[in-house]
Design a protein around this ligand. Structure first.
Ligand SMILES: Nc1ncnc2c1ncn2[C@@H]1O[C@H](COP(=O)(O)OP(=O)(O)OP(=O)(O)O)[C@@H](O)[C@H]1O
Ligand SMILES: [Mg+2]
Length: 214
Protein backbone atom coordinates (compact mmCIF):
# COMPACT_ATOMS: atom_id res chain seq x y z
CA UNK A 1 0.00 0.00 0.00
CA UNK A 2 1.21 3.50 -0.82
CA UNK A 3 1.44 5.96 2.05
CA UNK A 4 2.45 8.79 -0.26
CA UNK A 5 2.55 9.43 -4.00
CA UNK A 6 3.97 12.64 -5.41
CA UNK A 7 3.57 13.15 -9.16
CA UNK A 8 5.32 15.65 -11.43
CA UNK A 9 6.13 18.14 -8.70
CA UNK A 10 7.60 21.46 -9.86
CA UNK A 11 8.47 24.45 -7.74
CA UNK A 12 9.69 27.98 -8.42
CA UNK A 13 10.55 30.81 -6.11
CA UNK A 14 11.92 33.66 -8.24
CA UNK A 15 13.45 30.99 -10.53
CA UNK A 16 12.60 27.34 -11.21
CA UNK A 17 14.07 25.20 -8.42
CA UNK A 18 13.04 21.81 -9.84
CA UNK A 19 10.49 20.29 -12.20
CA UNK A 20 8.54 17.05 -12.64
CA UNK A 21 9.81 15.21 -9.57
CA UNK A 22 7.93 12.00 -8.75
CA UNK A 23 8.30 9.72 -5.76
CA UNK A 24 6.21 7.08 -3.96
CA UNK A 25 6.52 5.76 -0.43
CA UNK A 26 5.17 2.38 0.66
CA UNK A 27 4.39 1.02 4.09
CA UNK A 28 7.56 0.08 6.04
CA UNK A 29 9.75 1.81 3.47
CA UNK A 30 12.63 4.22 4.12
CA UNK A 31 13.66 6.72 1.44
CA UNK A 32 16.66 9.06 1.48
CA UNK A 33 16.96 12.27 -0.53
CA UNK A 34 20.48 13.60 -1.09
CA UNK A 35 21.87 16.55 -3.05
CA UNK A 36 24.16 19.54 -2.66
CA UNK A 37 23.25 22.49 -0.44
CA UNK A 38 20.70 24.71 -2.18
CA UNK A 39 19.47 22.01 -4.60
CA UNK A 40 15.97 22.19 -3.07
CA UNK A 41 15.84 19.16 -0.77
CA UNK A 42 14.16 20.96 2.14
CA UNK A 43 11.73 22.66 -0.23
CA UNK A 44 10.79 19.29 -1.79
CA UNK A 45 10.40 17.70 1.66
CA UNK A 46 8.15 20.56 2.78
CA UNK A 47 5.99 20.01 -0.31
CA UNK A 48 5.73 16.26 0.41
CA UNK A 49 4.85 17.03 4.05
CA UNK A 50 1.97 19.38 2.97
CA UNK A 51 3.68 22.49 4.39
CA UNK A 52 4.22 24.10 1.01
CA UNK A 53 2.00 24.06 -2.07
CA UNK A 54 3.96 23.12 -5.21
CA UNK A 55 3.80 25.40 -8.26
CA UNK A 56 2.72 22.29 -10.22
CA UNK A 57 1.99 18.63 -9.48
CA UNK A 58 0.05 16.47 -7.05
CA UNK A 59 0.75 15.07 -3.62
CA UNK A 60 -1.41 12.19 -2.47
CA UNK A 61 -1.19 10.97 1.14
CA UNK A 62 -3.10 7.92 2.44
CA UNK A 63 -5.15 8.01 -0.78
CA UNK A 64 -6.14 11.64 -0.31
CA UNK A 65 -5.28 14.35 -2.81
CA UNK A 66 -3.79 17.11 -0.63
CA UNK A 67 -4.93 19.95 -2.93
CA UNK A 68 -8.56 18.84 -2.54
CA UNK A 69 -8.58 18.97 1.28
CA UNK A 70 -10.09 21.91 3.15
CA UNK A 71 -8.20 23.59 6.01
CA UNK A 72 -9.86 21.43 8.67
CA UNK A 73 -9.09 18.16 6.87
CA UNK A 74 -5.53 19.31 6.18
CA UNK A 75 -4.93 20.25 9.83
CA UNK A 76 -6.32 16.92 10.94
CA UNK A 77 -3.95 15.08 8.60
CA UNK A 78 -0.98 17.18 9.79
CA UNK A 79 -1.74 16.61 13.44
CA UNK A 80 -2.42 12.85 13.19
CA UNK A 81 -0.63 11.30 10.23
CA UNK A 82 2.40 13.49 9.56
CA UNK A 83 5.49 13.76 11.76
CA UNK A 84 8.12 16.28 10.81
CA UNK A 85 11.64 16.58 12.17
CA UNK A 86 12.90 19.95 10.99
CA UNK A 87 16.44 21.02 10.20
CA UNK A 88 16.01 23.52 13.06
CA UNK A 89 13.93 21.97 15.84
CA UNK A 90 11.17 23.96 17.44
CA UNK A 91 10.98 22.97 21.11
CA UNK A 92 9.45 25.19 23.81
CA UNK A 93 12.66 26.48 25.36
CA UNK A 94 11.27 27.49 28.77
CA UNK A 95 9.70 24.06 29.38
CA UNK A 96 11.28 20.78 30.38
CA UNK A 97 11.94 18.00 27.87
CA UNK A 98 9.12 15.97 29.45
CA UNK A 99 6.65 18.86 29.18
CA UNK A 100 7.53 19.26 25.50
CA UNK A 101 6.69 15.61 24.82
CA UNK A 102 3.59 15.67 27.06
CA UNK A 103 2.03 18.47 25.01
CA UNK A 104 2.04 16.16 21.97
CA UNK A 105 0.77 13.10 23.84
CA UNK A 106 -2.16 15.14 25.19
CA UNK A 107 -2.96 16.70 21.79
CA UNK A 108 -2.86 13.38 19.95
CA UNK A 109 -4.25 11.18 22.73
CA UNK A 110 -1.25 8.84 22.80
CA UNK A 111 0.74 7.47 25.75
CA UNK A 112 4.20 8.53 26.84
CA UNK A 113 6.70 5.80 26.03
CA UNK A 114 9.44 5.54 28.68
CA UNK A 115 11.16 2.87 26.57
CA UNK A 116 11.51 5.38 23.75
CA UNK A 117 13.21 7.91 26.08
CA UNK A 118 15.57 5.16 27.18
CA UNK A 119 16.38 4.16 23.60
CA UNK A 120 17.02 7.80 22.70
CA UNK A 121 19.24 8.12 25.80
CA UNK A 122 17.32 11.11 27.16
CA UNK A 123 15.60 9.49 30.20
CA UNK A 124 18.02 11.22 32.59
CA UNK A 125 17.38 14.70 31.15
CA UNK A 126 13.58 14.62 30.77
CA UNK A 127 13.10 16.97 33.74
CA UNK A 128 15.70 19.47 32.54
CA UNK A 129 14.76 22.68 30.76
CA UNK A 130 15.39 22.57 27.00
CA UNK A 131 17.80 25.51 27.28
CA UNK A 132 20.02 23.37 29.56
CA UNK A 133 20.33 20.49 27.06
CA UNK A 134 23.04 19.96 24.46
CA UNK A 135 22.19 20.37 20.76
CA UNK A 136 22.17 16.59 20.24
CA UNK A 137 19.94 16.04 23.29
CA UNK A 138 17.50 18.70 22.07
CA UNK A 139 17.41 16.98 18.70
CA UNK A 140 16.59 13.64 20.36
CA UNK A 141 13.83 15.26 22.45
CA UNK A 142 12.32 16.63 19.25
CA UNK A 143 12.44 13.10 17.80
CA UNK A 144 10.76 11.69 20.94
CA UNK A 145 8.07 14.33 20.47
CA UNK A 146 7.43 13.38 16.86
CA UNK A 147 7.33 9.60 17.51
CA UNK A 148 5.00 10.08 20.49
CA UNK A 149 2.42 11.37 18.02
CA UNK A 150 2.46 7.98 16.20
CA UNK A 151 2.43 9.41 12.66
CA UNK A 152 1.99 7.27 9.52
CA UNK A 153 4.78 9.14 7.74
CA UNK A 154 7.89 10.66 9.25
CA UNK A 155 9.66 13.40 7.31
CA UNK A 156 13.12 14.19 8.62
CA UNK A 157 15.39 17.00 7.42
CA UNK A 158 18.98 16.23 8.43
CA UNK A 159 17.96 14.75 11.80
CA UNK A 160 21.46 13.39 12.40
CA UNK A 161 23.23 16.67 11.61
CA UNK A 162 24.26 17.39 15.24
CA UNK A 163 25.06 13.79 16.15
CA UNK A 164 28.18 11.64 16.24
CA UNK A 165 28.23 8.58 13.92
CA UNK A 166 27.33 6.07 16.66
CA UNK A 167 24.35 8.08 17.95
CA UNK A 168 23.23 8.77 14.37
CA UNK A 169 23.24 5.04 13.58
CA UNK A 170 21.31 4.22 16.76
CA UNK A 171 18.80 6.84 15.79
CA UNK A 172 18.28 5.22 12.38
CA UNK A 173 17.62 1.91 14.19
CA UNK A 174 14.95 3.64 16.29
CA UNK A 175 13.25 5.00 13.15
CA UNK A 176 13.50 1.55 11.59
CA UNK A 177 11.92 -0.09 14.60
CA UNK A 178 9.15 2.54 14.66
CA UNK A 179 8.15 2.19 11.00
CA UNK A 180 8.09 -1.63 11.15
CA UNK A 181 5.99 -1.71 14.33
CA UNK A 182 3.59 1.00 13.16
CA UNK A 183 3.34 0.20 9.43
CA UNK A 184 4.68 3.67 8.84
CA UNK A 185 7.04 5.18 6.25
CA UNK A 186 10.11 7.40 6.46
CA UNK A 187 11.61 10.06 4.19
CA UNK A 188 14.93 11.58 5.20
CA UNK A 189 17.02 14.38 3.72
CA UNK A 190 20.66 13.77 4.52
CA UNK A 191 24.20 14.65 3.46
CA UNK A 192 25.52 11.52 5.15
CA UNK A 193 26.05 8.60 2.73
CA UNK A 194 26.16 5.95 5.46
CA UNK A 195 22.78 7.16 6.78
CA UNK A 196 21.34 7.27 3.24
CA UNK A 197 22.56 3.71 2.68
CA UNK A 198 20.49 2.48 5.59
CA UNK A 199 17.40 3.37 3.54
CA UNK A 200 15.65 1.11 0.98
CA UNK A 201 15.89 3.70 -1.78
CA UNK A 202 18.07 6.76 -2.37
CA UNK A 203 17.16 9.66 -4.65
CA UNK A 204 19.59 12.38 -5.66
CA UNK A 205 18.30 15.89 -6.40
CA UNK A 206 20.52 17.55 -8.97
CA UNK A 207 20.04 19.95 -11.90
CA UNK A 208 16.31 20.23 -11.08
CA UNK A 209 15.86 16.45 -11.46
CA UNK A 210 15.37 13.62 -9.00
CA UNK A 211 17.35 10.51 -9.94
CA UNK A 212 17.16 7.19 -8.18
CA UNK A 213 20.66 6.04 -7.23
CA UNK A 214 19.72 3.01 -5.09
N1 LIG B 1 10.76 30.81 0.96
C1 LIG B 1 11.69 30.96 0.04
N2 LIG B 1 11.67 32.03 -0.79
C2 LIG B 1 12.62 32.20 -1.76
N3 LIG B 1 13.62 31.34 -1.96
C3 LIG B 1 13.69 30.26 -1.16
C4 LIG B 1 12.73 30.00 -0.12
N4 LIG B 1 13.06 28.84 0.49
C5 LIG B 1 14.18 28.39 -0.12
N5 LIG B 1 14.56 29.24 -1.10
C6 LIG B 1 15.71 29.05 -2.01
O1 LIG B 1 15.58 27.80 -2.68
C7 LIG B 1 16.85 27.15 -2.79
C8 LIG B 1 16.75 25.76 -2.20
O2 LIG B 1 16.58 25.83 -0.79
P1 LIG B 1 16.41 24.52 0.10
O3 LIG B 1 16.33 25.00 1.51
O4 LIG B 1 15.29 23.72 -0.41
O5 LIG B 1 17.81 23.80 -0.19
P2 LIG B 1 18.45 22.48 0.45
O6 LIG B 1 18.77 21.57 -0.67
O7 LIG B 1 17.60 21.99 1.54
O8 LIG B 1 19.82 23.08 1.05
P3 LIG B 1 20.62 22.65 2.41
O9 LIG B 1 21.31 21.35 2.10
O10 LIG B 1 21.60 23.79 2.57
O11 LIG B 1 19.66 22.57 3.54
C9 LIG B 1 17.86 28.06 -2.08
O12 LIG B 1 18.56 28.79 -3.06
C10 LIG B 1 17.01 28.95 -1.22
O13 LIG B 1 17.59 30.22 -1.07
MG1 LIG C 1 17.82 21.94 3.65
Amino acid sequence: MYLLRATDISHSFDYELFSNLSLSLKTKEKIAITGVSGSGKSTFLHILATLLKPTKGDVNILSKDIASLNMKQLNSMRSKEIGIIFQAHYLFKGFSALENVKVVSILSGTDLDEQLFKKLNISHVMNNKISNLSGGQQQRVSIARVLTKKPAIIFADEPTGNLDAKTANELMDIFDDYIIKNNAGFIIVTHDDSIANKCDKIFHLENKELNRVK
